[in-house]
Design a protein around this ligand. Structure first.
Ligand code: ATP
Ligand code: MG
Length: 546
């Protein structure tokens, strides 16, 4: 393999491991728990795992960490896999922790037989009380030194269904005085009478994360098991499980910082609260930082991967400005999105010096100057947006936006004014020859003349009146703006504003989720649920300065 350059500390480790011959090839995994939908933070972890494996010619699995049947279900698995594939990642394999339940149980039995695990009948409260604190060692459970035989029999009993939830647990026998709380005889199996979405009622004991995860990694031959910083203190336990379960393949855990972003919440637990409370229209509400929400909003997958790559990987935890994400989305759409004319606040305009049946077909290039093929890390082929053209009908009656006409303009106003010139975008220049107002002084109609002028300072968008389509624009803002305290008290219930607009006829053909630019207004995409409405993907201008 050609020598690759490291762009972060984990890549440096991988390069060393490959060069020293410690590993032959890289195996990684992205291991979500199917207890909610993926969010942009997961995208960072997924991007890192899939692209790092790809960079070094290795492979990356998608593995569902489905060890808690109470919170997980099959629909979340399906949605997660869809999101991962949407990002452009092809898992080498799709696996489930529950596939390894037998093997995990065998590992637990092995630990008992080695005198390294015991069944504890203390109540959950007692176990907690005996755990000690950061400054005080824990106390040994009275069951800690029970005979191996007894523990084996009781572990069987735990599996038989006779023991109620919380009645007994299996604990690793490590060190109740360890300065690392995770090493104080952690629970590795618990009784849980719950139906699992894959294994049904086969099991009534379920392994704990710290015991299950290293085994999952080992079974799949994972070489670099990367997770977020909060698991750093769990690493000794990870290694302990691998060593003491006599597992030959030894995966290693490395930790990196979580992605945090301004103006949102980022944990599945909190996002679930937003969904359950009805504050948003489901997991895929376009205001959600979930991948399904971003997709529904019209954010291209490429922009998400580009953002995650730009943010990079480090150990230091920080908060990324949400505006940086918007910049990535804007960069992508500026290069790829087609442009359409839309008028949010229409005033009728009559072109007085053309015949009643005047009709012109204005040919516009869709993209053209805007469409630049991007090099990419995933698939350069897919980047070429074909340059196409479309015809826009222009007739005697059109709409322009109220903001593009002023009777008494301030200095520097370059759009249409009484007696002034402006170009109808992609077409000829008109001169304003009159206008009507209602009683309140609001302009109700403008009259213009088609001219032969070749120069006008202002270019304004317009929509042909007869063929215009009525659409809705959904302006979205932060659902949980930054602030102190309980996030539920900061929920912005005014974060979705719907207005109407007149759009050129071709807008009727736009597909759900296809992001386009409404000229001078913003980037928009048709909503999946409200088909006559378009979500704001991102504003035109950046508010972020790096
Ligand atoms: P949540 O609190 O949102 O449920 P989690 O860590 O419990 O997050 P998992 O489904 O267990 O969610 O995570 C799958 C993978 O994604 C893990 O490797 C986890 O470390 C990583 N991950 C989760 N959240 C983030 C984040 N904000 N930034 C980077 N990686 C993340
Ligand atoms: Mg979790």
């Amino acid at each position: 393999m050609e020598t690759e350059k490291a762009t972060n500390f984990i890549e440096s480790i991988i390069i060393d491991d490959l060069e020293s011959g410690k590993i032959d090839s890289v195996v990684m995994r992205f291991p979500p728990e199917p207890n909610g939908r993926l969010h942009i933070g997961h995208a960072k972890a997924a991007t890192f795992n899939f692209l790092t494996a790809q960079k070094f010619g290795g492979k990356c699995n998608l593995r569902f960490d489905d060890t808690n049947p109470v919170k997980e279900d099959a629909d979340f698995c399906e949605q997660i896999e869809r999101d991962i594939r949407w990002l452009g990642f092809e898992p080498a394999g799709v696996y489930y922790a529950s596939d390894y339940f037998e093997y995990m149980r065998d590992c637990a039995v092995l630990l008992i037989k080695k005198g390294l695990a015991y069944v504890d009948e203390s109540t959950p409260d007692d176990i907690r009380a005996m755990r000690g604190t950061l400054t005080e060692p824990g106390k040994n459970s009275p069951y800690r030194d029970r005979p191996i035989k007894e523990s084996l029999a009781l572990f069987d009993k735990m599996q038989s269904g006779e023991v109620p939830d919380g009645g007994m647990v299996l604990r690793a026998k490590i060190d109740m005085a360890s300065p690392n709380m995770n090493m104080r005889d952690p629970v590795i199996y618990r009784v849980l009478h719950a139906t699992h979405h894959r294994t049904g009622d086969k099991w009534c004991v379920y392994p704990m994360y710290d015991f299950a995860h290293p085994i999952e990694d080992a079974v799949e031959g994972v070489t670099h098991s990367c997770c977020t910083m909060e698991f750093e203190d769990h690493r000794p336990l990870y290694d302990w499980v691998i060593d003491n379960c006599d597992i030959e393949h030894k995966p290693h855990q490395y930790e990196f910082a979580r992605l945090n972003m301004t103006d949102t919440v980022m944990s599945k637990r909190y996002l679930k609260q937003l969904v359950d409370s009805g504050a948003v229209d489901g997991w895929d509400d376009p205001r959600m930082p979930t991948l399904s929400g971003l997709r529904r909003r019209g954010v291209p997958a490429h922009a998400i991967v580009a953002f995650c790559t730009e943010v990079g990987l480090a150990k230091a935890v920080g908060v990324v400005n949400g505006a940086q994400f918007d910049d990535c989305v804007r960069d992508e759409l500026n290069a790829t999105a087609k442009r359409y004319m839309v008028v949010p606040d229409p005033i009728e305009v009559e072109i007085v010096n053309v015949a009643d049946d005047f009709e012109d077909a204005v040919e516009v290039t869709e993209g053209g100057e805007y469409v630049v093929p991007h090099p990419t890390f995933i698939d350069p082929e897919k980047r070429e947006t074909p340059v196409t053209t479309r015809k826009i009908r222009l007739s005697k009656h059109v709409y322009i936006d109220r903001a593009d006409f002023m009777i008494e303009p301030p200095k520097g106003y370059h759009r249409l004014i009484p007696g002034g010139l402006a170009r109808l975008k992609n077409s000829f220049i008109v001169r304003c020859v009159g206008y009507d107002c209602d009683n309140s002084g609001k302009v109700t109609k403008i009259r213009v003349e088609k001219t032969d002028e070749v120069k006008a300072k202002g270019v304004i968008q317009w929509v042909d009146k007869a063929t215009a389509v009525d659409i809705k624009l959904r302006k979205l803002s932060a659902i949980v703006p930054n602030g102190e305290g309980d996030f539920t008290e900061r929920i912005n219930h005014d974060s979705l504003k719907v207005t109407t607009a007149k759009a050129e006829a071709a807008v009727a053909e736009l597909k759900v989720g296809e992001a386009v630019q409404f000229f001078r207004i913003g980037y928009f995409a048709r909503d999946e649920k409200f088909r006559d409405a378009f979500n704001t993907v991102v504003e035109l201008k950046s508010s972020y300065k790096a």
